[in-house]
Each structure stands twice: as structure tokens, then as C-alpha cells.
Write a protein that binds this ligand. Structure first.
Ligand code: CU
Length: 499
């Protein structure tokens, strides 16, 4: 075939494809819930032009991209760090406020937060909290945003603080010039800008000042929920936000202390190696284990999930249920049904909805279990106190709520279940129910640290080996892990009844 012939053939194929695509689009257009690829701004939507009555939610010619230049002033705001009735300060997401203009203020601060019990971390924040407050709005709403850089205000109760510095705000829900709206402002300055929300989603916002990695890892992120113009197609009983993020910490080299506890600062070595010390939900190690989200059996729960990163991926899962719907990036047009997990890269979001099938304590985890073991665990407590529960995988074992014990239970289920049960009878090794009555903490610690040594030196251990014949292998446990196992065993000895 001549080159010219080839081109002609290609043109014909393209034409055919175009016709097919248009037909397919027309067909899809007949279903109101379905979506159609957005036309480019330069070529108007040919399908809508053909007289279709259904409105295209993605008609870019109807979107609003007009926004005046950002205003920067040296006015310093002195009131609350976060303002606006579209904001939710904790995991319970408030209902949508109907006003089409949403004024929000998120000031930046430098603050000491507690990531885990006793781990005080020198953080940078939006709205004086990590994560920053969740913003809730809907497509078509106008966001009027203001932020004062208050990073130079002294941290209460602490003489030494992180040096004041430039900060900025980058909303993934906006379509604006980054050089104008996302510019960095100095301590004491205030920036204001506005924009209209054109796409629904669960969007990240974060500081965009270089090194962005450090600003996000220090706590400068949050979620903006943008509902579709007509709201969500489902009705739910509960709505919560869950933000996963990583912390990279080391004890302060200057040996700073807060309330008598060691101050922790950003570890830039770990940060570059993507090797966090904590991976958490809503800013705290096992945070929602200590304060579970509430729901009732039979209820439908909607979680707004965001992986703020900065660098790792989340495989979000809820033990005990299946996601009836997953709206990837929080847009109902990106729908999956019957999902077990949702994979979220850094800054990806999702809405997941599910039914609570029966009374229980449903465990939210990053199913990358190395991440879960760093604190990305939470509970949805549904209709029963945790102590009365039975775990589905292990009969007669309830779920504790205290953080150490929960971590111990998770670790037990992954490392010890092959040879032990708790209250379920002997396996290769003894049933461990009652082990904290048979042995004190010091003995258990020594045993878990080095069973092979104990079997040579300790009389009790020698007797056990004689009875059980096979020696328990050294499990290579760290001191922290050993504390968690013992916390779990103690909890079990108080809460699990002998069957
Ligand atoms: Cu910043």
C-alpha cells in the first residue's frame, strides 16, 4: 500500500471510530447517572448540540474558571485559626451547608502535636490541627479562602520552636494559576483568593512551598469534599472522614522537651527513604482505636478517605464488611461495586460506602500491614461494647480497645496463631489464656525475647519444653512488640472467658 493509501485508510478508521463513539455516547447519555467524556473547551459538545435534553455535568463551557488575582496583605489575623461553617474539625463530617458562597479561613501555625502516646512532634499546621479541618462544599459553590501565616507565633509552653517560615495553600479542588493563587506568603502576611468548584470529589489540600515533601510530612494537609451538584445518589446514616498520612520522626537532636517528654522532629533521612516511623489515620497512631467511630448494626456508613502521603500508598480496607460502593476520588461517576479494598496513591481520595451487617467492632486498616502496624488502624464500634465482641476469625476472642492491646492482638494473629490460641484450646503450643496468671511480666518479657536461652537456664521453661516437646522458636520481637503482646494477654485474661 502506498503511504497515501495508508493515510486514507487510517482516516476512514478514525471516522468509523468517531461514529461508533458518538453512538455509544448517545446511548450512555440516555442513562442519567452515566458519565460522558468531557469535550475540549475549543470544540463544543457535539452530542449536547444534537439536542439532548440531559445536562452534561462536565460541559467545560459551563464551568467557571474566572477568578480575580489573589490578594496578599500584611494584615495579621489574631482570632481563631480556623473559621467557616463549611469546616469539620474532627472525623464526624458535618452536613453540607447550603449557602453557595463558602468563606473559609485556615491559618498556618507551628505547633507541638502528640502523634502517639508520649511522642510529641514539632508540626506545621493548617487551622492549628493535623490534619487540617475538612471542608465540605458542592459543585458550583464559590470558595472564598483566607489564610494568615502565623508560623511566627510562639508555641504555648515552649521556648524553643520551629523557625517561622513561608507557607502556601494548594487546593486540588481548584483550577487556578498556581503561580498566583498558590504563592508562598511570609510570616505575618495574609493571602485571600477565590474559585468555583467545577468537579465533585474528595480532594487533598496541602502546603505547596518547597520543599513540599517537608511541609506535607510536617502536617500541612487536609481534605475538601465536593459533592455533586445534585448531591449523592445514596442515603447514609453516618459520614466520617479518614485521612491516612505518614510521620517521619526522630528525637530532637537538641534534646528539647515538652511536658517532660522528649520532643520529636522531622527525620529528613527517613523522609527521603520513604521509611516512616508512623503511618496513621487522622493524625494519630491507632487514633481511632482509642476513640472508635460510632455506628449501629444495619446502618449504612459513608467514609470520605484520603491518602495524604506524602510518599506511600494505602490499601484501605474495613475488616468485616465489603464496600457496597467505591467512588474513586470521591466522584460517584467513578463507581466500583463490591470492593474489598481501595488502592490510594499519594493524594488519591475515595468515598466508600458499606453496611454494618451485625453488631461488632469493624477494623479499618491499611492492608499493607507494615503500614497498619505503624498505626494505620481504627475501629468502627457498632452497637456493642468492645469487650463483649467476638472476632470473626478467632472464636471466643474479643477485640480490645486500648491501643497497645489492639496492636498486640493484630500481631498475635499474624505471628502466633499457627501454634497458639487464646481460649480456643491447645495447638502446637499451649492455649495462652491465663498466661499472665502463670507468669509475671518480667518472665514473659524474657521468654518472648529469647525462648531458646530460657529453655537452657529457667526451670519453668525447661518444664514447658519437656511437656510440649517442640521448642518455641525465637520470634525476633522488639521490646515494643513484647509490651504489646503482654498488654493483649493481660486484656484477654481479664475479658475472655474460658469456653
Ligand atoms: Cu508550608
Amino acid at each position: 500500500m502506498t503511504p497515501r493509501g495508508r493515510i486514507r485508510l487510517r482516516a476512514a478508521t478514525a471516522g468509523l471510530l468517531l461514529v461508533l463513539c458518538t453512538l455509544a455516547a448517545c446511548q450512555r447519555r440516555a442513562e442519567p447517572a452515566a458519565s460522558v467524556a468531557a469535550p475540549s473547551a475549543s470544540s463544543p459538545d457535539s452530542v449536547a448540540g444534537a439536542g439532548s435534553a440531559v445536562v452534561d455535568a462536565y460541559d467545560v463551557t459551563k464551568m467557571d474558571f474566572k477568578t480575580p488575582p489573589a490578594q496578599v496583605s500584611s494584615e495579621r489575623h489574631a482570632g481563631p485559626y480556623a473559621l467557616g461553617d463549611a469546616l469539620s474539625l474532627d472525623a464526624a463530617v458535618k452536613p453540607l451547608v447550603s449557602a453557595p458562597v463558602k468563606e473559609i479561613r485556615l491559618d498556618t501555625t507551628h505547633k507541638i502535636i502528640e502523634i502517639a502516646p508520649g511522642v510529641k512532634f514539632s508540626a506545621w499546621t493548617f487551622g492549628d490541627q493535623v490534619p487540617g479541618p475538612a471542608v465540605r462544599a458542592r459543585v458550583g459553590d464559590r470558595i472564598k479562602f483566607t489564610m494568615t501565616n502565623r508560623s511566627d507565633e510562639p508555641v504555648p509552653g515552649l521556648r524553643m520552636t520551629a523557625a517561622p517560615m513561608m507557607h502556601s495553600m494548594d487546593f486540588h479542588s481548584a483550577m487556578v494559576s498556581p503561580q498566583d493563587k498558590y504563592r508562598s506568603i511570609a510570616p505575618g502576611q495574609t493571602i485571600s483568593f477565590e474559585f468555583t468548584l467545577n468537579y465533585p470529589g474528595v480532594f487533598m489540600y496541602h502546603c505547596g512551598t518547597p520543599m513540599v515533601l517537608e511541609h506535607i510530612a510536617s502536617g500541612m494537609y487536609g481534605m475538601m469534599i465536593v459533592e455533586p451538584r445534585a448531591g449523592y445518589p445514596t442515603k447514609v446514616d453516618r459520614e466520617y472522614s479518614v485521612i491516612q498520612s505518614e510521620f517521619y520522626t526522630k528525637p530532637d537532636p537538641a534534646k528539647g522537651k515538652v511536658d517532660g517528654q522528649a520532643l520529636h522532629v522531622l527525620d529528613s533521612e527517613r523522609l527521603r527513604n520513604k521509611s516512616p516511623t508512623y503511618t496513621v489515620f487522622n493524625g494519630r497512631y491507632n487514633g481511632m482505636v482509642d476513640a472508635p467511630l460510632q455506628a449501629k448494626p444495619g446502618e449504612r456508613v459513608r467514609l470520605f478517605v484520603l491518602n495524604a502521603g506524602p510518599s506511600n500508598t494505602s490499601s484501605f480496607h474495613v475488616v468485616g464488611t465489603i464496600f457496597d460502593r467505591v467512588w474513586f476520588d470521591g466522584n460517584p461517576d467513578n463507581q466500583f461495586r463490591g470492593m474489598q479494598t481501595v488502592l490510594l496513591g499519594s493524594s488519591s481520595g475515595a468515598i466508600v460506602e458499606f453496611i454494618i451487617p451485625e453488631a461488632g467492632s469493624y477494623v479499618m486498616v491499611d492492608h499493607h500491614f507494615a503500614n497498619a502496624s505503624q498505626g494505620a488502624v481504627g475501629l468502627i464500634a457498632a452497637g456493642t461494647s468492645a469487650g463483649e465482641l467476638e472476632h470473626h476469625n478467632i472464636p471466643a476472642t474479643a477485640t480490645p480497645t486500648e491501643a497497645q492491646a489492639v496492636a498486640g492482638k493484630l500481631a498475635f494473629e499474624s505471628k502466633c496463631l499457627a501454634c497458639h490460641s487464646i481460649g480456643g484450646g491447645d495447638k502446637l503450643g499451649p492455649d495462652l489464656l491465663g498466661t499472665t496468671r502463670r507468669h509475671d511480666d518480667a518472665w514473659l518479657t524474657r521468654w518472648l525475647k529469647a525462648p531458646e536461652q530460657m529453655m537452657q537456664t529457667d526451670a519453668k521453661a525447661k518444664a514447658m519444653l519437656e511437656k510440649w516437646k517442640i521448642p518455641m522458636p525465637n520470634q525476633g520481637l522488639s521490646d515494643d512488640e513484647i509490651k504489646q503482646y503482654i498488654a493483649y494477654f493481660k486484656w484477654a485474661d481479664q475479658n475472655v472467658k474460658k469456653p
